[in-house]
Design a protein around this ligand. Structure first.
Ligand SMILES: C[S@@+](CC[C@H](N)C(=O)[O-])C[C@H]1O[C@@H](n2cnc3c(N)ncnc32)[C@H](O)[C@@H]1O
Length: 249
């Protein structure tokens, strides 16, 4: 999941990439953003892609920095929302070894730290910290490893979507997958994607100088996981983790 991957996805973004804003029917993420928003504050949308969160951010903050590694995504976002004159688009790589960024009062980062590279993730979490001054607030959403494993267990136990006929990986791929799962990296549509444990998020953010205020499930419909979920399958629903954190040093 490097820059090339995201540039290639950009033109078909809407059909290929899961829409968190649309699928968070609880409205918890929007509520968390509204809680930290103010017309006097600036906010950075880290990994903004084609700008789905801009209609939530632009009317509530003084200024929005929409940042992404993909120039094509930023171009699409800019063309989609010409009405927001308080949005500045910046191409940035938050996984780079060095990042120059002007801190904002608040930050959101919704399903952007997905890379299977541990080094790139370490840099990304350090960059989150660089984006905020002491006292700055962060809303972070990431895929849940607990949820992914739970879905796999359900799929295998009840043969959901004909799981027992899944293609058997080659020995090489199987070795790779075994190594990946130790790191919380599991395939999403055949793309190795980082998923996180609750405790891991707490640790990663604490190490970067954040106080974690809340870690909460963002629940989705089972149809986001399976083509044909069993009729009886209800709670717990599949989920992402939403973290609210404040920079403390
Ligand atoms: C799954 S999309 C999420 C987009 C958006 N936050 C949303 O919720 O609709 C992930 C985005 O993160 C961006 N991204 C991935 N790695 C990045 C990096 N190292 N620096 C900046 N953006 C990155 C990708 O280009 C992509 O647009």
């Amino acid at each position: 999941m490097d820059r090339k991957y995201w540039e290639t996805i950009a033109p078909k973004y809407n059909t290929e990439i899961f829409d968190v804003l649309q699928n968070d029917t609880s409205g918890s993420i929007v509520a968390a953003i509204e809680e930290m928003a103010s017309p006097d504050k600036t906010v950075i949308d880290i990994g903004c892609a084609i700008g789905k969160w801009l209609p939530v951010l632009a009317p509530k903050f003084k200024q929005v920095i929409a940042a992404d590694i993909s120039a094509k995504n930023l171009e699409i976002a800019k063309n989609t929302f010409p009405e927001y004159d308080n949005v500045e688009y910046q191409r940035m790589d938050f996984s780079a070894d060095e990042l120059t960024v002007t801190p904002c009062d608040s930050a959101i980062c919704i399903n952007a730290i997905l890379t299977d590279s541990r080094e790139k993730r370490i840099n990304f979490f350090q960059s989150l910290s660089l984006c905020l001054p002491v006292g700055g607030e962060l809303v972070l959403v990431v895929p849940s490893l607990e949820s992914k494993l739970y879905s796999h267990i359900i799929a295998d136990r009840w043969n959901v979507d004909d799981a027992e006929n899944n293609e058997i990986p080659t020995p090489k791929k199987a070795i790779q997958q075994a190594g990946n799962i130790r790191q919380g990296v599991t395939d999403l549509d055949d793309v190795p994607t980082k998923h996180y444990l609750n405790e891991e998020l707490q640790l990663l953010l604490t190490l970067e100088g954040f106080d974690v205020k809340l870690i909460k499930k963002i629940n989705y419909d089972w149809k986001t996981e399976f083509h044909k979920p069993p009729k009886w399958l209800a709670e717990p629903f599949p989920w992402d983790w939403m973290v609210l954190a404040k920079k403390n040093k």
